[in-house]
Design a protein around this ligand. Structure first.
Ligand code: GLA
Length: 391
């Protein structure tokens, strides 16, 4: 199975954790269709940890908890499929999942067969409780092979949080996405930490095996399992825009049934989704004034880590010749940030400039004196989709 777009969908963990059940999952599927999120591209409905009993059955299979899923998983899967959506589940490479339910260690082929029989389309595969006598790449290869041989196309979403230098071996395992970060929480500090961690891994991304920055917290507003403090609308916009600029999977984590209008507007931003899902899937790069930071290296490590003031400017060249430009402000003060057109390949000699469309407001503008700039509120962002035009 090959995937050529970062997956989009919803996952139960951020809000529900062990309170997951059939009703929540099926109502969420209904909502994804009725609210128009499906038309925006959200398609996977994923049950995370805590779905099973604590013991396997006599055939060594994992058993769905009958209190949470009284009709079994095939029933939930059929319902999700009847809505034109896809069904995702969760397991772990260790003896237990992170929440201490049975993991798939030494049962990889049995579990993959069960998932195939239940009609699973996506498997998130975590890394808790793994034996210290073996390596992550061995365990992910095992499940990669089990899924590739289970008789059904199942997207393999690896979740080893970037540990053991995941980025260097994950593509060997058959994974379609790889989690480059620790867990997200519904706070500005968490969003900032995850976003800035991407300086070091942005280039380990691409078609076939997408860098997963973890699920979205947009709309959580401090409620649910990773709820904590919650964020402002401005901060949720920055979070969503950053994930889209980087081409991360867009997996919603709030209780959609209670999401407010601001959250829905962010999650449905068509231009950002279009950038996230751009068919060319070119590597994003960071610019700082006239310097292209990506090209400055010391050994194998990009030098993003010294980036001075937490105001990354990300650029991605898109399939139709447009350019996506994202200005982000991770500082606590208002700022102006800019770069000159040379930094994206449009030096004066080319005779070309850009027409900039703001993805939030639709406002159209042009660079002034060859300079693309943006006024950024604290914790805010400005993202342009830019068309190459004559000067
Ligand atoms: C890990 C993962 C999370 C979530 C939990 C479930 O922490 O990184 O995304 O799946 O396990 O226990």
């Amino acid at each position: 199975m090959i995937i050529n777009r970062p997956p989009m969908g919803w996952n139960s963990w951020n809000t529900f954790a062990e309170n997951i059940n059939e009703k929540v999952v099926m109502e969420t599927a209904d909502f994804i269709v009725e609210s128009g999120l499906k038309d925006c591209g959200y398609e996977y409905v994923i049950i995370d940890d805590c779905w099973s009993l604590k013991e396997r059955n006599e055939k060594n299979e994992i058993v769905p908890d009958p209190e949470k899923f009284p009709h079994g998983m095939k029933y939930v899967s059929d319902y999700i499929h009847s809505k034109g959506l896809k069904f995702g589940m969760y397991s772990c490479a260790g003896t237990m999942t992170c929440a201490a339910y049975p993991g798939s260690l030494d049962h990889e082929f049995i579990d993959a067969k069960c998932f195939a029989e239940w009609g699973v389309d996506y498997l998130k595969y975590d890394y808790c409780y793994h034996p210290f006598t073996t390596y992550g790449h061995m365990l992910y290869k095992r499940m990669g092979l089990a899924l590739a041989n289970c008789g059904r196309d199942i997207l393999f979403a690896a979740c080893s949080w970037g540990s053991e230098n995941t980025k260097t071996w994950i593509k060997e395992t058959g994974a379609h996405t790889w989690r480059s970060t620790g867990d997200i929480f519904d706070t500005w500090e968490s969003i900032k930490e995850l976003a800035l961690s991407q300086y070091k891994v942005a280039e380990y991304n691409g078609c076939g095996c997408f860098n997963d920055m973890d699920m979205l917290v947009v709309g959580m507003k401090g409620k649910g399992h990773v709820g904590l403090k919650g964020c402002t609308t401005e901060e949720y916009k920055t979070h969503f825009a950053f994930w889209a600029m980087m081409g991360s999977p867009l997996i919603i984590g709030c209780d959609l049934r209670e999401a407010d209008d601001d959250a829905m507007a962010i999650l449905k931003n068509k231009e950002l989704i279009r950038i996230d899902q751009d068919a060319a899937y070119r590597q994003p790069y960071f610019v700082d004034g006239n310097r292209i930071i990506n090209n400055e290296r010391k050994g194998d490590e990009p030098l993003y880590s010294w980036y001075p003031d937490h105001m990354p400017v990300i650029v991605r060249h898109l399939e139709n010749g447009d350019i996506a430009i994202g200005f982000f402000n991770f500082t606590d003060n208002e700022h102006y940030e800019c770069f000159t057109l040379d930094a994206v390949g449009l030096g004066f000699c080319t005779g070309k400039s850009l027409e900039l469309t703001d993805v939030w407001t639709g406002e159209v503008s042009k660079p002034i004196n060859d300079t693309v700039g943006a006024n950024l509120p604290a914790h805010g962002c400005v993202v342009y989709r830019a068309k190459v035009v004559d000067r």
